[in-house]
Structure formats: structure tokens, C-alpha cells
Design a binder for this molecule. Sequence first.
Ligand code: AMP
Length: 192
Amino acid sequence: MRLILLGAPGAGKGTQGVRLADHYGVAHVASGDILREHVAEGTPLGKRVAAYVAEGELVPDDLVLAVIGRAVVAAMETGGYLLDGFPRTLAQAKQAYAAATQGDIAADAVLFLDVPDEVAVERLVDRSATSGRSDDASIDVIRHRLEVFHSQTYPLLDFYRQDGRLVTIDAGAPPDEVFDGIVRTLDERLGA
Ligand code: AMP
């Protein structure tokens, strides 16, 4: 199974990503987690991306593409991938699609976890108490991340809608319900 999870910060990509990857037995590739690991370890990449992450800005495409490309190739050893947080710009989506098509590993479906902004903000504010994430610490950065989602990532929905792979999920429901809904929908569409 090869899946892409799209959604605003706070939509539940991380929560559903872990569960779906486990359910389908594929690697969970979370671009934010990978970038935060680099920051925590102080790698050269980590030093270049730390400020973007802390301010809620997107990391430049070339830096993300290199690191995620490697992670996806490694994930294919598990027979597929669950991409969480990547792609986030049209340029990333187009380059990833070109590379994946060449290797015959394009995603089977793209799941859009749809939540109202105010639900997302509420969840992120709750999460800030325990996440320890630099970009959860301020309401201004939280709101900025939502703006970035609307301006840079939202246009991807049309890109995936056009090729028939987009599946929209109501992600405002409790996590168990969202998970069951996703699995049911994928079973119907892909016979998974
Ligand atoms: P996330 O954990 O998915 O919410 O991502 C946290 C932060 O990592 C984002 O706000 C960006 O700064 C950076 N990031 C994660 N994925 C990407 C991506 N695909 N493109 C650019 N920046 C990213």
C-alpha cells in the first residue's frame, strides 16, 4: 500500500499516519519528524532547517526533496509507504510524482484529512502542553502554519483530484472513527 496523507497542522496526520502504517504494514515517513530529528541531532541539514521549522515556514523544496526521496526509497523495502506531511507544495508534488512514476511507485491514494481551522487550532493549542515542539509554542506560529497550509498546500488537492486519487475524509470526528472511515473507504476503492 502506498498512501499520502494531506491535511492542515492539527488535522491528525501524525495520529492516523502511525495507525495506518501499522495496519497496512508499511513504513511511516513523516517529513516533520525527519526534519526535527536532524534539528535535534544538529546535523548540517538540521542547522539549515531549524529556523524555518521554529517559525512555521516551509523548508525549501530542494532540502526536503533530497531527504524524503531517500526515506521513500528505504520505505519501499516494507512494500509501500505512508507519507505524512510530504508533499506540501505543488513543486514537491510534481517532482515526487515524476520520480515515483519513473520507479512505478506512485501513491495508490491521497487522503485529505479535512478539519475546520478552529478545530485544528484548538488541537494544536492542547498539544502544545506536551509536544515540546518549537512550532507549537506560540499561537501566532500556530496560526501562521494554518495560513501556510491554505496558501501553499491546499492547491495540491486539485492536483490529486484531477488524476482521481484524492479521497476526502472528515477528520473532525474522534480518532477511532476517522481511522475506521479511512480503512473502509480504502477497502472499497482499492480492494485493500
Ligand atoms: P509537521 O510535523 O508535518 O507539522 O511539520 C513541521 C514543520 O516541518 C513544518 O512546519 C515545516 O517547517 C517543516 N516541514 C515538514 N514537512 C515539510 C515539507 N514537505 N516541506 C517543507 N517543510 C516541511
